[in-house]
Ligand binder design. Structure first.
Ligand code: SAM
Length: 257
């Protein structure tokens, strides 16, 4: 009952439907907030945050888990650079790429850097990045990051694509201008396809089985035939052939023609 009350509040306040997420994970994160604010139950916690904007932001942060970094899981990005993009660009004049659940930008910006390093002109691709959390999208548009989040970039890329500023690095305008950020809830209506590449990495792990399956089915439907779906390291599709997909590389599924 109490948890249902909090779920209704979160849906109204942030437009986030917690029914699709794994209950135990969400409750574990909420427990920490309850302890810290000295509230006994979810209802008391909601009353508390209604009067406290700062705590409301902390709740959203705890619910969304925004952890990300540049070139996260290098073998996946190497595979995109060496196999996926050359193949697609040989066949198509222009490709459409969607980073779904982009957090504050390292994933779509990494894609923009990869295409730049391959000397692909900007007219040949579009990169969209979406997230449910307005705060991370605002940070993505600023494009300032702490040094540790750049640690996995290939050598020379930090100097090539960033400018050092006070306590961090700002991404170059040239790379920034190649990515369009937009607020979007993956559990609502999906962005119109067809897409050549959809990256949805480290988002499914937080969803329950049913929501995961629904989302993968929708992605498979929205992909261009021969297009690719890229998941996170801990995520996989059980029986991908049922969705018309084949696993072709690390975390990478291709839509059958
Ligand atoms: C752990 S981050 C993953 C970032 C990046 N894709 C990566 O793998 O490095 C998960 C992101 O998914 C977003 N997210 C969670 N639920 C979402 C939803 N229903 N719609 C859109 N984004 C969502 C969170 O706000 C968070 O920024």
């Amino acid at each position: 009952m109490d948890y249902e009350y909090l779920k209704r509040y979160v849906l109204g306040e942030f437009g986030m439907d917690l029914s699709a997420y794994k209950d135990n994970q969400i409750k574990r994160r909420l427990e920490i907030l309850l302890t810290r604010t000295n509230t006994d139950d979810y209802k008391g916690y909601v009353q508390f945050i209604k009067k406290d904007d700062g705590e409301r932001a902390k709740l959203l942060r705890a619910l969304t888990v925004n952890t990300t970094e540049f070139y996260r899981d290098p073998v996946v990005f190497d595979y995109l650079k060496e196999q996926v993009f050359p193949g697609l660009l040989k066949e198509k004049e222009r490709i459409r790429i969607w980073s779904a659940g982009s957090s504050d930008g390292p994933e779509p910006y990494t894609i923009a850097m990869i295409l730049d390093s391959m000397a692909i002109p900007t007219q040949r691709f579009q990169i969209y990045a979406t997230d449910i959390d307005n705060e991370v999208l605002a940070r993505a548009k600023v494009g300032k990051y702490q040094e540790r989040r750049l640690a996995k970039l290939p050598s020379g890329w930090r100097e090539r694509y960033f400018r050092e500023v006070d306590r961090g690095y700002i991404i170059s305008d040239d790379i920034k201008n190649r990515v369009s950020f937009k607020k979007h809830d993956l559990l609502g209506k999906l962005l119109l396809g067809p897409w050549d590449v959809v990256l949805c990495r480290n988002v499914l792990i937080y969803l329950n089985r049913e929501a995961q399956q629904n989302l993968v089915t929708k992605f498979a439907h929205l992909l261009e035939s021969g297009g690719y779906l890229i998941l996170g390291w801990p995520e996989y599709i059980f029986q991908p052939e049922k969705q018309g997909l084949t696993r072709v590389g690390p975390c990478t599924y291709k839509k059958n023609s």
